[in-house]
Design a protein around this ligand. Structure first.
Ligand code: SAH
Length: 348
């Protein structure tokens, strides 16, 4: 059954019109869903009982159940949810000094096939709906309510390629960003893409205020195509042209994600090439330690070398940050927990 979290305000107003109800009821329902964070549609005590019944005939509140979780020493919590169709989805809550960030999944499995990523171990089964993504956030937010906590930031960096599920992802962002929804500021929402150029162009045209992060991971097509098959469809020149246009038209700073893989993409030459590719753009590089995935043989770059790579970028005029590791002692990398679960090798 469809979840009510799927509906943006306009869609909810349209549904209410069909039911012969006044449009103001939509905001009333939103208030119950996103501010009071009700756990059942029956709690909506200022709605007519007949309306609640009608809603319940057509929509469920919660389309997911917790299957299992892993909690790391640093508090990073990885949730594995079961969806109504039996498939499973991950979300990861991370605590930072600037607030709590929730990493949400946008698809069940992923078809992008990046060679270092655990998500690709299981092919895409289907897209998540906007409401299923919102339900990931609501589940965690309801849990944080008990300790006066808040999902401050959302990063769409879980399993899946958000720009391969563009319409649902944009509607999800609209719902959580809405003043009547969770009111999470657009600048606190980050969409991460592996570089699907037509969707980047559409995103640029929409003039959204959400942050855009791009998974680069290699500074030349030869290496990038080996790591990320998407490079065959959208090679670096097309990708960089689209990103420059996005950043200039929208006056927005871009983030490039670059996982450091030992002896694969972390030499001095790679750093110089990367700097040459990015210099002059309104962008910075987020250097990410690699969470090792048993199945694929890549290793993370050690800290000394990572710092050296960072120095080269900075010396060549490109701003960078070195991300600290989160959830090192759990399967926190994209798709890791889910892959283990589905492959039946969960060791807990
Ligand atoms: N498909 C999107 C979003 C999901 S992946 C994208 O490609 O951006 C989110 C980020 O995590 C990407 O930068 C991805 O390359 C990275 N990632 C995947 N597996 C990882 C691992 N094992 N360790 C560290 N980062 C990983």
């Amino acid at each position: 059954m469809q979840t009510i979290y799927d509906l943006n305000l306009k869609m909810l107003e349209e549904v209410l019109a069909e039911y012969g109800q006044k449009p103001y009821r939509a905001k009333q329902i939103y208030h119950w869903l996103y501010q009071k964070r009700c756990s059942s549609l029956d709690e909506m005590s200022d709605l007519p009982a007949a309306l609640i019944d009608r809603l319940k005939e057509n929509y469920c509140l919660d389309p997911l159940k917790e299957l299992t979780r892993q909690v790391a020493k640093d508090g990073t919590t990885k949730y594995l949810f079961a969806m109504q169709d039996g498939s499973s989805v991950e979300a990861v809550l991370m605590h930072f000094h600037f607030g709590d960030s929730l990493c949400v999944s946008s698809q069940i499995g992923c078809n992008m096939g990046c060679s270092f990523c655990a998500s690709g171990l299981l092919k895409k089964q289907r897209d998540l709906t906007a409401g299923e993504m919102a339900a990931e956030v609501m589940y965690v937010q309801k849990e944080l309510d008990a300790v006066q906590g808040r999902v401050d930031n959302i990063v769409i960096m879980g399993t899946g390629e958000p720009f391969d599920n563009y319409d649902n992802v944009m509607r999800f962002c609209e719902i959580v960003n809405s003043d009547h929804g969770l009111a999470i500021g657009a600048r606190h929402i980050t969409i991460s893409t592996c570089g699907i150029v037509p969707a980047i162009n559409a995103f640029a045209k929409g003039h959204y205020q959400y942050n855009l992060a791009v998974s680069l991971h290699a500074p030349n097509d030869e290496l990038r195509a080996k790591l990320m098959p998407v490079d065959h469809a959208y090679p670096l020149d097309r990708l960089m042209d689209a990103l420059k246009k996005y950043s200039e038209d929208n006056h927005r700073r871009l983030t490039f994600e670059y996982i450091l893989l030992h002896d694969v993409n972390d030499t001095d030459e790679h750093a110089v090439q990367l700097a040459d590719l990015i210099r002059g753009m309104n962008a910075y590089v987020n250097l990410i330690p690699y969470n090792e995935v048993d199945e694929n043989g890549y290793h993370t770059t050690n800290e000394k070398k990572a710092l050296h790579f960072y120095d080269i970028l900075m010396k060549h005029g490109v701003k960078a940050t070195l991300r600290s590791k989160h959830g090192e002692d759990i399967d926190a990398a994209c798709g890791q927990l889910r892959a283990k679960h589905e492959m039946g090798s969960q060791t807990e």
